[in-house]
Design a protein around this ligand. Structure first.
Ligand code: NAP
Length: 245
């Protein structure tokens, strides 16, 4: 039996947990940002580990043999903690990282390094942006007072958002192209703000923006964690098979 910890918070983590070969004793860990976590085989734990040291101690105390970091490409902190913890505990670690979206003909992407740069650039590009960056860092857009934000969130916010003018659009990915086109038309959205997340579940908004000729303020990814990285569930399974051989 290989005892595996999957660091999750993504559709890929759930898909991996559901498609593991026999002989794997799995636990999937979620940060607990949303109220509902998917129903998964194996054990599930919710909440942080208290930094890299906390994660290292958790791995050693629970005698894990391997870690697959299947967190979001922008979840740089937990990935750095995983790299440090696994190194210190001498536990093999693999990163599952979805490929970034590729620009296609007709896309009008304005690439920026950070959310702060996106907020600074926004007034040049639109007045009615669809903001799809999650709920954690919305305060970065507080200084932009003359825009009406359409904020895409998975769950309704518990408190008022730190924005002057906004509407909330709730929904859990995946979204269809028709749904995204409907939002753009109905809300008269003139700009899309997104992280370069990659993956299929949230790609329809990119397609809808292309068709509607709406610019996209695209936030570049942080540097990936060090070590072996794959982009598919199949490659994770091959890695696990090699480990248990
Ligand atoms: P982050 O900045 O990299 O991590 C912040 C802290 O959250 C970590 O230090 C850790 O707390 C805890 N944490 C993160 N992922 C965890 C996991 N899988 N299991 C247990 N604890 C975890 O992460 P974030 O950007 O806030 O994202 C939080 C979660 O949402 C991630 O799991 C990510 O996969 C998912 N997510 C993120 C985005 C995004 O755009 N950032 C988008 C979709 C989904 P301790 O230090 O206490 O261990």
């Amino acid at each position: 039996m290989v005892k595996l910890l999957i660091l999750g918070g993504t559709g890929e983590a759930a898909e991996l947990a559901r498609n593991l070969p026999s002989g794997i004793d799995v636990m999937t860990s979620w940060a607990g940002r949303t109220k509902t976590a998917p129903n998964l085989p194996g054990m599930v734990r919710i909440g942080g580990f208290n930094g890299a040291e906390g994660l290292r101690d958790f791995l050693l105390e629970n005698k894990f043999d391997a870690v697959i970091d299947a967190t979001h490409p922008f979840a740089a902190k937990i990935s750095a903690h995983a790299a440090q913890a696994c190194k210190e505990a001498d536990i093999p670690r693999l990163t599952l990282l979805r490929p970034p979206w590729e620009k296609r003909e007709g896309d009008h992407w304005v690439m920026v390094e950070s959310l702060e740069d996106a907020a600074a650039k926004l007034p040049e590009l639109g007045r009615r942006p669809l903001l799809t960056i999650g709920r954690q860092n919305l305060g970065i857009f507080t200084p932009v007072q003359d825009a009406h934000f359409f904020v895409r969130l998975i769950e309704p916010p518990a408190a008022a958002l730190p924005l002057k003018n906004y509407s909330v659009l709730t929904g859990r990915p995946p979204f269809s192209l028709e749904e995204e086109q409907e939002h753009l038309r109905f809300e008269e959205i003139d700009l899309l703000i997104t992280k370069q997340s990659g993956g299929n579940a949230t790609y329809a908004k990119i397609e809808a923006a292309r068709i509607a000729k709406i610019p996209v303020l695209m936030i570049k990814r942080p540097a990936p964690p060090p070590g072996e990285t794959v982009s598919s569930i199949e490659a994770c399974i091959e890695w696990l098979n090699r480990l248990s051989a």
